[in-house]
Design a protein around this ligand. Sequence first.
Ligand code: ATP
Length: 219
Amino acid sequence: MKQFAVIGLGRFGASVATTLCGLGHQVLGIDESEARIQAMVDRLTHVVQADATDEDALRSLGLRNFDAVIVAIGHDLEASTLITLMLKDMGVREVVAKASSDLHGKVLEKIGADRVVYPERDMGVKLAHSLLSPRILDYIELDPNYSIVEMAASGELVGKSLRELNLRARLGINVLAFRRGEAVNVSPGGDDVVQEGDVLVVLGSNDAIGRLERLRGGE
Ligand code: ATP
C-alpha cells in the first residue's frame, strides 16, 4: 500500500485522490476550503484543512516519507509554485504538479517538480483525436510524432492473423496488446487472429496510425 497526499481538492485533485483511495492506497487530502474538506472527509483516508502555502503547516504534515505528493492547484500560480518549491525543499521524493498553462508548467519544471501534468490540454487533444477518428478509444502522445492508440478492430483488420496483417513491415506499426472482453493479451504473437470487437493497442507514427485508421475503414 502506498501513501499519497493531494494538495487542492478541486475537480482534478478530488478525482486523483478518490481514485487512489479506491485502489486501496492511503491518501491524505489537504485543502484550505472547509467545504471541500467536508465533501471529502468520508472518501479519503485523512483530510486536513490548511493553507498549504503556510510553511509550518506544510512541514507539520510529515509529507517527506510519502510516495508522492500531488499539487492540484491551477488558478493560484503563486500558491502552486511556492508549495511545489517547499515540498522539494523538504525532501519529498516525487512531486507531481498540475499546470494550467505552458508557462506555468515551465516554471513548475524549473523549480523542481518531478512531473508536470496538463489535464485540460491533454483531454482536449484526446477529444480532438476521438472526434476525428470515432473508433480511437484512447490516445497517448509519446512525442509530437509518435503515439500509442487504443482502437476498436474493424474493416480489413478483422479475421486476419497479425502475421498476415504484417503491420510492422507495411506501416511501421507495433501491436503492443489486445483486449477481448475482459481478457488482455499483452504479448500478441503472429498467430493471433484479430476478431471484430477486439481492442488493439498500437504504437506508431501519427502518419502510420492515420493510414491504419483508413485500413480499418475508419472515417
Ligand atoms: P479544478 O479545475 O481541478 O477544479 P483548479 O485548477 O481550478 O481546480 P483551483 O480552483 O485553483 O484549481 O484550486 C483547487 C483547490 O485547491 C481548491 O479546492 C482550493 O480551495 C484549493 N487551494 C487553493 N489554494 C490553496 C492553498 N494555498 N492551500 C490549500 N488549498 C488550496
